[in-house]
Design a protein around this ligand. Sequence first.
Ligand code: GLA
Length: 387
Amino acid sequence: MSITPTHVVSTGFEERFGRRPDGVWSAPGRVNLIGEHTDYNEGFVLPFAIDRRTQAALALRDDTRINVTSTFSDETVSIDIADLDPQNLSGWSAYPLGIAWALGASGVELAGRPGFDLHIDSAVPVGAGLSSSAAIECSVALALNDVWQLGLSRPALALVGQLAENKAVGAPTGIMDQSASLLGQADAAVFLDCRSLEAKVIELRFARAGLEILVINTMVSHAHATGGYADRRASCEAGAAALGVTSLRDVSSLDLARAADDLDEETFRRVRHVVTENERVLATIEVLDSAGARAIGDLLDASHLSMRDDFEISVPELDLAVEVARASGAIGARMTGGGFGGAAIALTPSAQIASVTDAVLAAFAAAGYRTPEIFTVTPSTGATRDA
Ligand code: GLA
């Protein structure tokens, strides 16, 4: 069972703090079905929340201290509310403490608020591209929204999570992951317009079509606070500036011929990925509606090729996972998330799950790659209060 029962996180809290928590909150990781590196370009994304969650047990204190513990580490990180500042935060605790800081930076008066004890337990694999970070941020954001009685909406909490990720963790990421974790619904994806932040629930009906999403975690870990993610974001911003638009959202495939003349070859390919990916998200929604999930395979495949060849964020392990999954029965497959490692997803008929899994395991062994973790995920409900 991938969902940690609430009593486990409550017991962990009691062991560390010697009292019962005031409540338990949880938030899921996510898989992005399609729409990669489009969120910070004010484009479209179609992620869904998965059935692997992070749980946060929390109790308010009588003073202004914050103590955080987790199953990631033996340390207790302790700080006074007045000292919350991105410069003072590091490691795993930057995620939960970053949320408390980001609430303050978003206009919540922190002075005079009670501190809290917090214990975190997570069933979302770290470094797999399934947004374990957003799951921590969103469970803690929902918890603080409740215990501090802030009355913030879920879209507002998603922005708080993104601010924590950008400033406290230092990863220049977009709004997709936190939106999926807070707005997800069972058997559905979240279609988010990252310019207006308007969200729409899109029913997926995978089970009814006899399909499942297989996640292939390549075990190649990545971190978006360092490395290629920021470079890609900078290329997109440079491309938009050179084309005279605020963001690549304002470029369509009809503009690409002109863009090829105006941009250097590499920037052009970066731009082409974003432009065509936005169009693939819209096409996926149309096809889901008109023909059902069995008909979206080509769009998933095209998305992967665009990330591999134009955006250049794939790695050999992801390409192998995608190729072998397709060759052994998946309807469509692509890497998911920010890239440079992490996981691929394969939309697979239930009857083919075992053969796809075996074929990918065999291919990784033959290539001398680390053994991947392969499991199915179900589109699930977003962040909740559980106890
Ligand atoms: C990471 C980021 C998201 C998004 C994806 C790529 O998951 O956190 O904001 O940019 O990469 O689509």
